[in-house]
Design a protein around this ligand. Structure first.
Ligand SMILES: *Cc1c(COP(=O)(O)O)cnc(C)c1O
Length: 410
């Protein structure tokens, strides 16, 4: 569970969103002519987001353009689909392949499966960043797309977007930057003086960007934005049907009917927080992230994975089973994500953590001590499952497990 806002300030914020949602819950931007106001909200959410990410002019008038989607996964699916069809037109590629760093989100696997694209997942370098040289070796005449994250979900580290941009330009392939987590933090962290390397459309070669309004944008769940450098690429996202007996049908995203209430909710959230609010939030969570990193470094049994650029801090242990430590943290009420390669766990710092950094570090120190005093598996937790992460279970088995779990809960 991950909530990006907490405490007393969340109540007012949620009620603004809920009011906007209620007013527009019956609307559907599929019918543009009827629900003009939600069409306008969507345009403004896209324009405001684009303005943060390297669009010089307002996106409506300028070249950078895009749509709202249901989440980071849909934004990524659409960017991949658009890149595939754009590259088919541009280079005649009919057996598309894409290359992603090991740290890139599973949504690219989903896209590869849905859209019949061959996927190469390439190990990261010693700093846990996309290994540009390694990616270069996988580029061939069928490559449609390479990917960088800013930052990646597992370790919160920004890939070298400028170098990836040069690579994409030199081979004439698309470059998607995954700003699902970073989009509403990095522009503000940079304003606050943190050393943030270029990550957006200011980098030549970046053709599309995904950014989740429903994460650090503090919008309701089910809202994200996909952006393109220009209309020529974006055009490939739209499905237009002219032969249907239902008449002319044009749909920009995966869903047909779309929830206008969520679009209004996202618009209201962005207007309520505003540039000042995002800046202030970023100041708080970046400070928490730094204190957390200092506190974790002071625990000799733990090490931090790479150099976190933002508000995700991943850590592991050379001496102890990190997943046993995770179970200890869970029993103290903390829900951290389990990672592999290497085995580790991460915390994604949000406004909820601002008042509880010291509690977190105290519980972490205690958890480490408990595991140290009780070597071998401590029963009751998930450690035995995660512990096998080096030898991941078979995919079919995991599919069956999830089906059984979901069926047994109804
Ligand atoms: C969350 C996230 C996604 C996927 O987003 P959903 O909203 O869960 O579909 C993709 N990439 C990164 C880096 C993310 O953090």
């Amino acid at each position: 569970m991950l909530c990006y806002i907490g405490g007393s300030e969340s109540e007012g914020h949620f009620s603004v969103i809920n009011e906007a949602y209620t007013m527009f819950s019956h609307t559907n931007p599929l019918h543009q002519d009827v629900f003009q106001s939600v069409v306008r909200f969507e345009g403004e959410v896209v324009a405001m987001t684009a303005a943060l990410l390297g669009s010089k002019e307002k996106a409506c008038g300028g070249e950078i353009c895009g749509n709202m989607t249901s989440g980071g996964t849909e934004s990524i699916l659409l960017a991949v689909k658009s890149s595939r069809d754009y590259m088919k037109t541009k280079k005649g590629i009919t057996k598309p392949e894409m290359i992603i760093p090991e740290s890139a989100h599973s949504a690219y696997d989903k896209a590869a499966q849905y859209f019949n694209i061959k996927l190469w997942r390439v190990p990261v370098n010693k700093e846990y960043q996309a290994d540009v040289k390694a990616i270069r070796r996988f580029i061939n005449k069928n490559t449609i797309l390479i990917v960088g994250s800013a930052p990646g979900f597992p370790h919160g580290i920004i890939d070298p977007i400028e170098e990836l941009g040069e690579l994409a330009l030199s081979f004439g392939v698309c470059l998607h930057v995954d700003l699902c987590l970073g989009g509403f933090v990095l522009p503000f962290a940079r304003k606050l003086g943190y050393p943030i390397p270029p990550f957006d459309f200011s980098v030549e070669g970046v053709t599309s960007i995904s950014v989740d309004v429903h994460k650090y944008g503090l919008a309701p769940k089910g809202t994200s934005v996909v952006l393109y450098r220009n209309h020529t690429i974006r055009k490939n996202q739209f499905v237009a049907v002219t032969e249907w007996s239902g008449g002319l049908y044009v749909s920009p995203t995966i869903a047909g009917s779309r929830p206008g209430g969520l679009i209004a909710g996202a618009w209201a959230a962005m207007m309520a927080v505003g540039q000042e609010g995002y800046l202030e939030n970023t100041r708080k969570i970046m400070e928490v992230s730094k204190s957390l990193q200092r506190g974790i470094k002071d625990i000799p049994e733990l090490f931090i994975i790479g150099r976190p650029d933002m508000t995700i801090v991943a850590f592991g242990s050379n001496d102890l089973d990190i997943f046993e430590i995770n179970d200890q943290m869970s029993s103290r009420g903390w829900h951290l994500n389990a990672l592999q390669r290497p085995n580790s766990i991460h915390i994604c710092v949000t406004l909820q953590h601002v008042p509880v950094v010291e509690d977190f570090l105290r519980d972490l120190r205690e958890s480490v001590q408990t595991v140290k005093k009780n070597p071998g598996p401590i029963s009751g937790g998930l450690a035995p499952i995660y512990g096998a992460a080096g030898r991941m279970p078979d995919r079919g088995m995991v599919q069956d497990l999830l089906v059984n779990f979901m069926d047994s809960s109804c």
